[in-house]
Ligand binder design. Structure first.
Ligand code: FPP
Length: 248
């Protein structure tokens, strides 16, 4: 295949690959509705897209892939949809854990995990410890996650440490706050992708996205795959990131 036809070869020659790609996976419901299928089948197809995108991220050499799988607000969806999503989560872990480990993917679930049922919680804990030593790609799966709640937890921890004399107010800076987030140890996302054409952040990584490049894809999540990820990365590579400064 010529370089022009192979998006991976283009990515490799175009410039730096984003170290951290974050994705708001949106459009499963619309994908199902277009096919007159129940919404859980849209989520099931969305699970297959997760597999394809993890593969593609490994191929491209992305270091951290963050996927917004279930927000705190999603608990308010109909019980049948919530339980379908929770079952899918368990199924995903059961099906993929061995392969993820073999491919060197460290799986981290981030969010208020105490709200998960015992079955999901055990599965989540098991895959996190099983892959803890993997270091080719870090896959952050955000479940029961809300960014404002994450900030509240971080600020509360800092306030407790200050009140107990473990931390002086002047020690509180951007680095310390980053270390108190669920994403501690990860670089901030370079690229945020939202699928299905929606142009919202939806309470995802509000602290971490300060200088992230945003790419809105019209594609519904179940149809998002290798080509779509590579197109987003190529678009990112054409941008000039200034971080609020002017060009030298
Ligand atoms: C948003 O689409 C998507 C979700 C709320 C769930 C995302 C879940 C998956 C991709 C599958 C499971 C993931 C893993 C990691 C096992 P929506 O339902 O809001 O779609 P709509 O806006 O078209 O209704």
């Amino acid at each position: 295949m010529s370089d022009a036809a192979d998006p991976l070869a283009q990515i490799r020659t175009h410039g730096a690959v984003p170290r951290h790609v974050a994705i708001i996976m949106d459009g499963n419901g619309r994908w199902a509705r277009e096919r007159m299928l129940p919404r859980p089948l849209g989520h099931r197809s969305g699970m297959k897209a997760v597999r394809a995108v993890v593969e593609a991220a490994l191929e491209a050499g992305v270091e951290v892939l963050s996927l917004f799988a279930f927000s705190q607000e999603n608990w308010q969806r109909p019980v049948t949809e919530v339980s379908a999503l929770m079952s899918l989560l368990e199924e995903y872990i059961a099906r993929e854990a061995a392969e993820l480990e073999r491919r060197g993917v460290r799986v981290c679930f981030l969010g208020e995990l105490d709200r998960l049922g015992p079955g999901q919680r055990n599965a989540v804990d098991a895959v996190m410890s099983r892959t803890a030593c993997c270091d080719r790609l870090r896959l952050n799966l955000f479940v029961s996650y809300g960014s404002r709640a994450e900030m509240v937890l971080a600020v509360r921890g800092i306030a407790e440490d200050a009140a107990a004399g473990r931390l002086a107010p002047e020690e509180v800076g951007e680095d310390l706050i980053s270390q108190r987030m669920f994403t501690a140890g990860c670089p901030d996302p370079d690229l945020l992708i939202r699928t299905s054409g929606e142009q919202r952040i939806s309470n995802f990584l509000l602290w971490q996205l300060a200088y992230t490049e945003i790419f809105i894809s019209p594609v519904l999540w179940p149809d998002f795959g290798r080509k779509e990820l590579f197109d987003a990365i190529l678009d990112y590579q054409r941008r000039e990131r200034r971080f609020g400064r002017v060009q030298a």
